[in-house]
Ligand binder design. Structure first.
Ligand code: PMP
Length: 433
């Protein structure tokens, strides 16, 4: 029994499944989760004193690595000023300006505490603005755990192979129209039938919760044009991709080039540098429908919390072009190393990318992964042995094949060498599955 095993036994009697977020459980890979007690740069340390190269990065936020000196210092200094004032603070505007300098089309920003709250508010705002009820979402996209967007969701819902969630009323589910990703005909059909009642289409800027899926060329622009042609809004969820795929998220790689800017963006993860902050932003005309300027109500006791704002401002300030260039290059190198190791063992796979974001799927090389059906059809059983082999070698991957691999600016040569050295054995384990 390891210390982590003991801690898990205890946690299981205290929390459902022993975890506070289902994606942390080792449900689809087996074994007991590692309990982490410390971190530094690219490493996590577990309760048994073993360290791991962290390829989860807290599911995205730790773009600069763990304990980045400037972020730690900004947080310590904010803590010294107090934990929460329940009033406006200067750093809220500083963070809003940093977002607006990066993303086009954001005239106003509202800070919330989680990505779920950001998308929940965006959906309510779209309904309040348009006076319509229906929302279109894509199968395999995950936008948080709000009732209306859990149907055919990615992330933990995909890992557990659930069609949606118990506890969501039929009436709510009926207000969400689910269509296959990358499928223009399906979007046209849904608008042809319900066009007058659709408040918004919500999409991940590039899906990364069914594994990564590359949006077809011009797909997001097509969504924007189709939505607008019918008087609906486009909500682009950059919670995962924002400030990670580039300084302006996936929009920076795609929207700026193809010429699409949504009505509303949602942000999370990197924007708070590891503390609970998220946000939604967009055109003033739409955003000003939020209270107190407008009739769509939204509020939060801890919204714009000063510690979280300090972490966000420090993180975005230090997320320089060099940081993105470094992560882009590292990502390519790692993709090639993974592919090389799997090819050497004859494991059929594909690497799916969206900028520096990538994921690995098994048995998919022939048809690729363009939507949720493709993602679900993969040889997911090869992932558990691959994952555990990497874990034994001191590399922490997400405990689900449906998640992206995350890198940080702190992943140096020493850390990456450990990952590369671990790959051949993991590939052999995947081959033997
Ligand atoms: N949207 C996307 C694209 C996400 O990846 C996530 C979380 N992984 C969310 C929304 C929800 O964010 P949170 O977990 O902070 O509620």
């Amino acid at each position: 029994m390891t210390v982590s095993d003991d801690l898990f036994e205890r946690a299981r009697t205290l929390m459902p499944g022993g975890v506070n977020s289902p994606v942390r459980a080792f449900g689809s890979v087996g074994g007991s989760p590692r309990f982490m007690v410390g971190s530094d740069g690219p490493y996590l340390t577990d309760a048994d004193g073993k360290d791991y190269v962290d390829l989860v990065c807290s599911w995205g936020p730790m773009l600069l690595g763990h304990k980045h000196p400037a972020v730690q210092e900004a947080v310590h200094s904010a803590v010294d000023r107090g934990l929460s004032f329940g009033t406006s603070t200067p750093d809220e505007s500083a963070l809003a300006e940093l977002v607006m300098q990066r993303f086009g089309g954001v005239d106003r920003l509202r800070m919330v505490s989680t990505g779920t709250e950001a998308t929940m508010t965006a959906v309510r705002l779209a309904r309040g603005y348009t006076g319509r009820d229906l929302i279109v979402k894509f199968a395999g996209c995950y936008h948080g755990h709000l009732d209306s967007l859990l149907a055919s969701a990615g992330s933990g819902v995909a890992t557990m192979a659930l069609p949606g969630s118990a506890g969501v009323t039929e009436a709510t589910a009926a207000e969400t129209l689910v269509v296959p990703y990358n499928d223009r005909a399906a979007i046209e059909a849904v608008f042809a039938e319900h066009g007058d009642s659709i408040a918004a289409v919500i999409t991940e800027s590039a899906p990364a919760n069914m594994g990564v899926v590359t949006p077809g060329e011009g797909f997001n622009k097509f969504l924007l044009d189709t939505a607008h042609a019918h008087g609906a809004l486009l909500i682009v969820d950059e919670v995962l991709t924002g400030f990670r795929a580039s300084d302006a998220g996936y929009w920076g790689l795609s929207g700026r080039v193809e010429g699409w800017t949504p009505d509303l963006f949602t942000f999370g993860k990197v924007i708070g540098g590891g503390l609970p902050t998220a946000g939604l932003g967009g055109r003033a005309e739409v955003m000003d429908h939020l209270a107190p300027t407008g009739p769509v109500y939204q509020a939060g006791t801890l919204s714009g919390n000063p510690i979280a704002m300090a972490a966000g401002v420090a993180t975005l300030t230090h997320a320089t072009p060099e940081v993105y260039a470094q992560i882009d290059a590292l990502s390519l190198e790692l993709q090639q190393a993974v592919s090389g190791a799997l090819n050497a063992e004859g494991v059929d796979h594909s690497i799916q990318t969206a900028g520096n974001l990538f994921s690995v799927s098994f048995g998919t090389s022939e048809r690729g992964v363009h939507d949720y059906a493709d993602a679900q059809a993969q040889e997911a059983f090869r992932y558990a042995p691959f994952f555990h082999s990497m874990l034994d070698s001191g590399v922490y991957l997400a405990p689900s094949v449906f998640e992206a691999w995350f890198l940080s600016a702190a992943h140096d040569d020493v850390a990456m060498q450990r990952v590369y050295d671990a790959l051949p054995a993991a590939a052999r384990a995947a081959a033997a599955a």
